[in-house]
Design a protein around this ligand. Structure first.
Ligand SMILES: [Zn+2]
Length: 257
């Protein structure tokens, strides 16, 4: 949730707010909210008080690698302890020639921080040059309305065939139980405005018939993707040895003058 959203949240009724959270958050986050309904109301209280809130700015500094300057990071926090950190900067002519700041995002609950790690990396450190899925295949579609492409790029032919068999045994699309079948019903409704088994079957049959000749189907992508992950991990593990983590900026307590 970004800052502007808080004022929108403020205007919502409780029921709207619950729907908003359902829509907005990933399954583990939703589970968290389901467990803690009192948190929702307290979030709303906070959203209300947000309007009157002011931000306080702070700059943290640590010594740079050469020792003649600083790495600094600005942050701001509000009255109820939320903090937002900005990307650190290298305030040293010598080190800013040699190093760059790199940002890495990893999954993390909002209330546990922003999930971002910063590193300083030698500017001449080589970029990842291993295998990539993107270089081998056209970018995978991100639009579910590309109905056939979406399912071809995300499932094996065998999975699609099992789903087809399930549709052939069921007269109603509400009776299917496979995860893929349910997804097909949902997306078919979105794309074709109906969830009739009699229409899903020919569409699914078309996807299966075109599967082998589709360049970049799931079965082709999978081994390349796995290899890319393996090679990127090796690359990153090695790179870490040449980087300096800036985690201590967060643990910083003494001001450097
Ligand atoms: Zn320096």
């Amino acid at each position: 949730m970004n800052i502007d959203e808080y004022s929108d949240v403020y205007k919502m009724k409780y029921s709207q707010f619950c729907k908003y959270l359902q829509h907005k958050y990933s399954p583990p986050q939703k589970a968290y909210f389901n467990d803690k309904f009192d948190t929702i109301t307290s979030y709303q209280r906070k959203a209300v008080s947000y309007r009157k809130m002011s931000w306080e700015y702070d700059i943290r500094k640590i010594k740079c690698p050469c020792g003649n300057g600083f790495i600094s990071q600005e942050s701001r926090s509000d009255d109820w302890g939320r903090t937002e950190n900005y990307v650190p900067t290298i305030e040293c002519p010598e080190c800013s020639q040699k190093y760059k700041i790199e940002t890495e995002q990893h999954f993390c609950y909002k209330w546990d921080g922003d999930g971002i790690s910063y590193y300083i990396t030698p500017k001449d450190y080589p970029e990842y040059a291993g295998i990539t899925e993107d270089a081998q295949f056209p970018s995978a579609t991100l639009n579910v309305l590309d109905f056939a492409e979406w399912f071809t790029e995300r499932y094996t032919k065998a999975q699609l065939q099992s789903s087809l068999a399930e549709f052939q045994e069921n007269k109603s699309s509400s009776k299917v139980s496979l995860g893929l079948s349910k997804e097909l019903v949902k997306e078919h409704k979105l794309k074709y405005r109906n969830a009739k088994v009699s229409e899903i079957i020919p569409h699914l049959q078309e996807i299966i018939d075109g599967y082998d000749s589709y360049f970049g189907n799931f079965e082709q992508r999978k081994p390349i993707r796995d290899e890319e992950m393996r090679e990127r991990k090796i690359y990153t593990d090695e790179k870490r040895k040449h980087q300096i983590g800036l985690q201590e900026l967060y643990n910083y307590t003494d001001k450097v003058d």
